[in-house]
Ligand binder design. Sequence first.
Ligand code: GRF
Length: 216
Amino acid sequence: MAKLRLAVMISGSGTNLQALIDACAEADYPAEIQVVISNRPNAKGLERAQKAGIPAIAIDHKEFETREAFEDALHDCLKKHNTQLVCLAGFMRILNAEFVNRWRDRMINIHPSLLPSYKGLHTHERAIEDGVRFGGCTIHYVRPEMDNGPIIMQAAVPIAATETEESLAAKTLIYEHQMYPAAVRMIAEGKVRVSGQKVVFSDTDLGDTGLISPKI
Ligand code: GRF
């Protein structure tokens, strides 16, 4: 079967991108990365892509007069690579509704909290300050409202009494790196469907999930 054609959009270090690169290196993985795009030309993730032999393209938002012009350039690049699924992985620009709607149900994001709690930035710091017992991470389809959209997969990460922002971020990233390839696999295998505000799964056992749901 043909592999699902991915584009990964990043702004920084790209450890989630790396998890996807590693997954795609497995012969039986049902997706492949066609292009990596960064809005920051010096993002470390671009080097990761180059090392893996994947086209690594900087589209610097600062070089465009308007957000629309920047997003048109993104869109053209995605089309040029025949993208079927856009994976936002630490992409730090807000995207206009027009762009998001062009990729509706074909664009996913990873966010370091248990959405709908802690949208936005500094999620770990805020969760620790509030004294909540679980942080986590979420993979969701992208909608125009920031950090919103049908939830595909979540992991809960216990917050210890001694937790720091750094330690919680590090613990959460371990789950992020497991979840992103798993969620993309489920999409590529046709097991994920958006129904209204929710994702429904076919052929997936959601029982006995431990801290990651659905089970991976
Ligand atoms: C991750 O914590 C992700 O959840 C958030 O941005 C961070 C990106 O990290 N959206 P990396 O660039 O993948 O290392």
